[in-house]
Write a protein that binds this ligand. Sequence first.
Ligand code: HEM
Length: 413
Amino acid sequence: MSRRPGIATTAEEAWAALATHRGRQDPYPLYEAVRSHGPAVWLGPKKLVVVGYEECDHALRDTRLHVQDAARYDASAPGWRDHSSLRAFTSSMLYSNPPDHARLRTVAGFAFTPPRIRRLRSVIEEMTDRLLDRMAALGTTGAAVDLIAEFASRLPVAVISTMLGFPERDQMWFRDMASTIAVSTDGFRDAAALERADRAMDEMTAYFADLAGRRRREPRDDLVTHLVHTHDDDPRRLGHDELMGTLMVLLTAGFETTSFLVGHGALLALRQPTLAERLCAEPDFVTGYVEEILRFEPPVHVTSRWAAADTELPGTTVPAGTRLTLILAAANRDARRFADPDRFDPDRRDNRPLSFGAGGHFCLGAPLARLEAQIALPRLFARFPRLTAAEPPVYRDRWVVRGLETFPVAVTA
Ligand code: HEM
């Protein structure tokens, strides 16, 4: 491969570039630079980066490959327990392995089954329409309205807050706290951001403890009451920290991710106006449209595992102790699995991206996120047929959960 200034040619260079501002702005060429060395590439004796679809899928389903849990953090990142933001997440299903994982997933899982989520349709439609009314009011004078702050991020927070039973007046506070906390998922790189995440986590934990107390005194038909009762009935089923961790993960895992899904869906339709027309005219079109956004611009670019025992991926032996970085966004553009992978094609058949993961940790909120996007996008374009970009969108400077920070639009152009 010939060398061009600033273009990574080795897997190590590409990996290093992913940690830079420029790399995070457009990581796809860097994924291809890694892929040119194979679908799974060693970056050190125990460090494997996986960019192939089949290999990522396999890794996500392999029960010998574990998520980073508290015991693993103790071994690999001494000092992590000083950070409350990291501590809270490790008490949740997302950072748990068997046997705790199944127990924690079951406690909240009943609320996210597809039939239960389908019953939320009319509530989500109503919330969407209220937010669109608000956008219309904000944009009447011709002022640009930030699609992310005013719409894409408000909808998921409103929906999950209603499911959990959080008061409406606190929703925007949750949104800001959850954004601050979410940086802890990008690792330990930014000490100042991690400190802000810890402070936000402490505030949220105090808030949750207070809310749990109120629900004990005055139970309601909501998820917080259910979780509090589960804990009180049998703390072995759900311990105190696990209760807090579950609330935290339910609130934070689905908010930025769904916001980025809706944000990208709007951006892609504005780039190709026939897509916006089809979203309004063809009711069935949105299903394939949302799957293709998930493939093409997945909100979660990367996850990780470590080998608790010797195992194998197709074509690669993985010794115990190996740390694997699974780049889901790269797997979604694997030409061995998806024809013409860099083309956005909502009519694509057999489109099964890895954007919600796979196997035991498959995203609990996938039916909810899909439904929200499937409702939000056609209603957005039906309500504002002349929606246009007022300014170019700005990407958030993060890698793991990646999407638009701001996207100013004109609603009455
Ligand atoms: C477009 C939106 C979303 C995307 C792209 C997304 C992506 C993911 C991914 C990739 C995982 C697996 C991580 C891994 O295996 O390491 C995951 C897990 C999870 N997600 Fe989502 N998610 C989204 C929305 C939501 C929503 C709306 C909720 C809930 C309100 C949610 C709750 C969870 C939970 C609880 C887990 C952990 C499941 C487990 O460990 O068993 N997610 N998500």
